[in-house]
Ligand binder design. Structure first.
Ligand SMILES: Nc1ncnc2c1ncn2[C@@H]1O[C@H](COP(=O)(O)OP(=O)(O)OP(=O)(O)O)[C@@H](O)[C@H]1O
Length: 580
């Protein structure tokens, strides 16, 4: 039951909550054990200041030394056990948490990433997890241990002398209350800091990514002024937040100090009136010092737990997102992709696709064309289930895409995106991505077909050259050729080409068109193209305008009607002859 509570409250794994529970138990025992030296000291004193209300033990010095060694041994064992459960468990849990979040992100639909800021996600997975490491290795167990041991010790103390115990204990709930009252302000401040930090991080990242543009347009000074403002904003929010947290924690700690004063006043009054012995008075003064010390720390931990709560909330938000699920096994008949009455929007207020009907047949090339913003890329994203249609149905060989597990589905696709993404790895491994078992020979073969071999030969280590972050050491055309080689190697039954040959010069483009024509044999091919000549040999053309299909048919059929396709072909024929 406790495990379940901890798991739910702090978003922990089963093992993590179990370890935290054990950590709290050992912290509590450790807090108790810290009272053992006090008891020893009182026992020692009781031999010289006898008090009938306190058990006196007759022990010589050697006996006391042995007891001290035993007490130290107990404290050592408890400390090492606490250390093991708290620290090992915290870092193991942190690893589990990061992996779970990353796994979750892998399964989330693209719609989630469109709404979420990417640096915010990185902050959650890396930064928030790191902050929680401290909260779980210190704040949570120490606070829980202090509270549990405090409650039990308080009950024990109350049995000794009621008025003196009240004088000792009244400050504790008051000090906690002071910190708890500021909870909502602390949480709001923490959320503000997270947002401002994100704006600052985004700004720094943008300034690095756009350094070329900033220099080219002499915009550096203005941009840096804006960035400085964002960074100053973070600083002032941090100072404001520290001020609120610090003020409430220090006020709570100051109230604790009043406890010693009240013990002294009440204790000396009781001593003078003969209601308590000197030993009892000393015992309470020592107890005050031992009880208040961990409480002072606990007040700081309480504030830290409030902050951790904000971060846990952010993680839970990711964890509670609905994933795109579906079956790994499905029985499709062939690889036709059919859109039936499909409508779609990214945001509820604007329909992007309306009532889309077409069939991309296996063994045929289906080209999507039309003016910019018409919805061509959106159709290709829906065809690969990056998004799910809001209305209508998209099927693969008769099976509804929504019933197929996205990862299993994508095994059937080779996609060449408009924006090629390469990894900071070798040319060879960049081609091999998506086809893990492929041999080097197979990689070289497809690289040759995609016209990569010429430029790769000039690289310092050929196919083993590291190509920099997102292929920064390569030209646009070279990057595109690598992504085409990657698609050739995957040899999947469905091919989506989004402006696949856009960055290539005419000579390379026609060569690659030849390679692509080998690749697409007997496959379902959906091509998005702006240049009409690249789709002259398509089997079917779907013309999209403002999210609707306005024409559909073979190039020959569409040439017969005086429609958008014909107009686009005519315009491109004319502009093709322009010279600057
Ligand atoms: N992730 C997104 N969130 C919100 N709106 C989007 C998103 N992606 C595209 N859109 C909008 O959807 C519409 C269709 O975009 P899409 O990229 O599908 O058009 P396209 O025909 O491929 O355009 P282009 O030829 O310029 O690449 C556009 O109005 C675009 O602004």
């Amino acid at each position: 039951m406790i495990d379940e509570y901890l798991a739910k409250k702090f978003a922990l794994s089963k093992q993590g909550s179990n370890n935290l529970k054990k950590g709290i138990i050992y912290t509590t025992l450790l807090d108790f054990s810290l009272m053992l030296p006090v008891i020893l000291f009182v026992l020692f004193l009781s031999q010289y200041i006898p008090d009938p209300s306190i058990i006196s033990v007759e022990l010589d010095l050697i006996g006391f030394i042995i007891l001290i060694i035993i007490v130290l041994g107990i404290i050592y064992i408890l400390k090492s056990k606490q250390y093991h459960f708290i620290y090992n468990a915290t870092y193991e849990e942190s690893e589990v948490r990061r992996i779970t979040l990353a796994e979750k992100l892998r399964k989330l639909p693209m719609s989630f990433f469109e709404k979420k800021n990417l640096s915010d996600l990185t902050t959650t997975i890396m930064g928030d997890c790191t902050d929680l490491e401290h909260a779980f290795s210190h704040a949570v167990p120490e606070l829980a241990g202090s509270v549990i041991s405090l409650v039990i010790i308080s009950i024990g103390i109350l049995l000794f002398n009621f008025p003196l115990s009240i004088a000792l204990l009244w400050v504790i709930p008051v000090s906690f209350l002071i910190v708890i009252v500021s909870k909502s302000i602390q949480e709001k401040n923490s959320e503000k800091i997270i947002k401002k930090r994100r704006t600052g991080t985004d700004g720094i990242q943008e300034s690095i990514e756009t350094i070329k543009e900033l220099k080219a347009y002499n915009y550096e000074d203005d941009y840096l002024k804006g960035l400085n403002r964002k960074i100053k904003n973070i600083e002032s929010s941090l100072i404001r937040s520290e001020l609120v947290t610090g003020t409430s924690v220090i006020s709570g700690q100051m109230v604790l100090k009043l406890g010693i004063v009240s013990v002294m006043i009440v204790g000396s009054t009781l001593l003078v009136s003969g209601q308590i012995s000197l030993l009892m008075f000393i015992l309470y003064l020592i107890a005050a010092a031992f009880i208040y010390l961990p409480i002072q720390g606990a007040l700081e931990f309480l504030a830290e737990i409030f902050m951790a709560g904000v971060k846990i909330k952010r993680m839970k938000k990711i964890e509670s997102q609905a994933v795109q699920d579906g079956s790994i096994e499905y029985s499709n008949k062939g690889y036709d992709i059919t859109f039936k009455d499909v409508s779609f929007n990214y945001k509820e207020d604007k329909d992007i696709l309306k009532n889309i009907n077409f069939n991309a047949k296996q063994g045929e090339v289906t080209a999507l064309i039309g003016p910019s913003g018409g919805g061509k890329s959106t159709i290709s994203k829906l065809a690969a289930r990056f998004w799910d249609a809001n209305e209508g149905k998209i099927t693969l060989g008769g099976v509804d895409l929504k019933t197929i597990d996205p990862e299993a589905l994508l095994k059937n696709y080779a996609i060449v995106f408009q924006d090629v993404v390469l990894f900071n790895n070798t040319v060879k491994e960049n081609i091999r991505i998506g086809s893990h078992g492929a041999s080097d020979e197979e990689v070289y073969e497809v690289a040759k077909l995609a016209r990569c071999d010429k430029f790769v030969k000039n690289l310092p280590n050929g196919y083993d050259t590291l190509i920099g972050e997102n292929g920064s050491l390569l030209s646009g055309g070279e990057r595109q050729r690598i992504s085409i080689a990657r698609a050739l190697l995957k040899n999947a039954p469905i091919i989506l080409l989004d402006e696949a040959t856009a960055s290539l010069d005419v000579e390379n483009e026609s060569e690659i068109q030849k390679a692509l024509s080998i690749l697409i044999k007997n496959k379902t091919v959906i091509v998005i193209a702006h240049r009409m000549r690249t789709i002259a040999n398509a089997d079917k053309i779907v013309v999209l305008k403002e999210g609707k299909i306005v024409e559909k048919g073979s190039p020959q059929e569409l040439n017969q009607i005086d429609g958008l396709y014909k107009k686009m072909v005519d315009i491109q024929n004319k502009t093709g002859k322009w010279r600057l």
